[in-house]
Ligand binder design. Structure first.
Ligand code: GDP
Ligand code: MG
Length: 439
């Protein structure tokens, strides 16, 4: 979509005579691109009118950067639609915040539940999951696997078939245990059946969620409007999460859903991995849609991560860098999300990175973390020398993590290098601290 709109704008600036006719043609081209990107037809028509009135083409001075002005008008009009114009739900620390998920089967509820739980967990909330999907066989198992991987407490039942009972029991249990974020996953159906809606309403009144989130698949396209409207009418929701924005769908459906329900998008799913969840930002979303890059999003993203550096910094000041420090640093890099996605937020780089994926880099990082996770606590907190003294330890760790001895060695080499650096810095830092204390 971005390329097409940019193309239309470029055509306009290249046209031999920049007249009203060329401008109209370009508006038509942009409108077509938006409609094809699943933005609701009526919305597109309104948008076209808005742009035409905000950009008074005939009044633009000849020297004006027309491409810039029109691009900004398109950008502003789209941002205005997805901008919630209201404060998002903020869970309160020290309280039990219940968040319930609704949406059609396959929308990505179960996957997104765990992503969101991890997101809050990484930001210091005590988080847990409740599986109230008793409809689909294996639903509880799926949530359980995800939860175990993310180390998040979960609740569900293999014998209780009433989702309302499971939801109520799970939420009650976790409330008693003072969990701060309790996320309730529910079942979906292929269609918007009455049974589904009745079930949703019952669960809603049983668990009294502080927020209900509708999960919407980005590839739903033009159907997004009707679907979100139907959900809104029965099980009112206060937020939308759009999943699979990494797919082929252009994301116009998301814009239509917001416009139809006046409900903010809070997060977007950007892949199948646990970390593929981004806070929704209207400007970022639209600039990505239009292929304009997103520096602000990148900065906010990195700032929003509470990277855990405390213990490592303390160790370094003492001239130490354990295997665990190495692991924490790897985890920090992972938290930032796939590098190609970061690159996608940087103007200029986004084009260059197109079509490239860094699955390799990501999986390498993951393997290194697996290696650390297969070590004993003692080994993790060591300086790594025990592996040199007893190389069989490396064989054990390689086997336990499903990697090779070579990879374990590689990780330990890296850690040793960091350790040496820490040692060298010790004098300097200690000296600096002493100097500070004397002041
Ligand atoms: P549910 O039926 O609503 O619970 O949907 P699931 O959570 O089981 O997800 C259905 C499928 O969509 C799974 O294969 C997920 O891996 C996939 N999925 C979910 N979110 C995303 C996303 O953001 N990107 C991609 N590429 N796949 C996703
Ligand atoms: Mg599910």
């Amino acid at each position: 979509l971005g390329r097409r709109i940019n193309g239309a704008l470029t055509d306009l600036t290249r046209a031999p005579t920049l007249d009203e006719k060329a401008f109209d043609g370009m508006l038509r081209e942009i409108a077509n691109a938006l409609a094809e990107a699943d933005v609701n037809i009526k919305l597109v028509a309104n948008l076209r009118k808005t742009i035409k009135t905000t950009v008074k083409f005939s009044e633009l001075p000849p020297s004006a950067n027309k491409k810039r002005i029109i691009q900004k008008a398109v950008f502003d009009a789209l941002v205005d639609i997805v901008n919630p114009h209201q404060k998002p739900f903020e869970p309160r620390k020290g309280k039990s915040n219940v968040i319930m998920f609704v949406g059609l089967q396959g929308a990505g509820k179960t996957t997104t539940c765990t992503k969101l739980a991890r997101w809050y967990q990484a930001r210091g909330f005590r988080t847990c999951l409740v599986c109230a999907d008793t409809f689909r066989a294996g639903a509880f198992d799926q949530l359980k696997q995800n939860a175990i991987k993310a180390k998040i407490p979960y609740y569900g039942s293999l014998t209780q078939t009433d989702p309302v009972v499971v939801a109520r029991d799970g939420v009650e249990k976790f409330k008693k245990e003072k969990f701060e974020i309790i996320i309730v996953d529910t079942s979906g159906r292929h269609q918007q059946e009455n049974a589904l809606f009745a079930e949703m309403v019952e669960i809603q009144s049983a668990v009294q969620p502080h927020q209900t989130v509708m999960v919407l698949d980005a590839s739903i396209g033009q159907a997004a409007e009707a679907q979100s409207r139907a959900f809104k009418e029965t099980a009112d929701f206060g937020a939308i999460i759009i999943t699979k924005t990494d797919g082929a769908a252009a994301g116009g459906g998301a814009i239509s859903a917001v416009a139809a329900t006046h409900t903010p998008i809070v997060f977007i799913g950007t892949g199948e991995h646990l970390l593929d969840l981004e806070k929704f930002n209207p400007e970022s979303f639209v600039s990505k849609l239009l292929g304009m890059g997103d520096m602000q999003g990148l900065v906010e993203h990195v700032q929003s991560l509470k990277l855990d550096q405390k213990d490592t910094m303390k160790n370094i000041t003492e001239g130490k860098f354990s295997v665990r420090d190495m692991r924490d640093q790897l985890q920090n890099i992972m938290k930032m999300g796939p590098l190609s996605k970061m690159a996608g937020m940087i103007p200029g780089l986004s084009g260059m990175m197109q079509g490239m994926d860094d699955a390799d880099g990501q999986s390498k990082l993951k393997r290194m973390i697996y290696i650390c996770d297969s070590m004993t606590v003692k080994e993790l907190d060591s300086d790594g020398k025990c592996f040199v003294e007893q190389p069989t330890r490396m064989v054990r760790v390689a086997r336990g993590s499903g990697t090779s001895v070579r990879e374990v060695e590689e990780l330990l080499t890296q850690q040793r290098m960091m350790g040496n650096m820490a040692k060298k810095m010790k004098g300097g830092l200690a000296g600096m601290q002493k100097a500070q204390q004397q002041v």
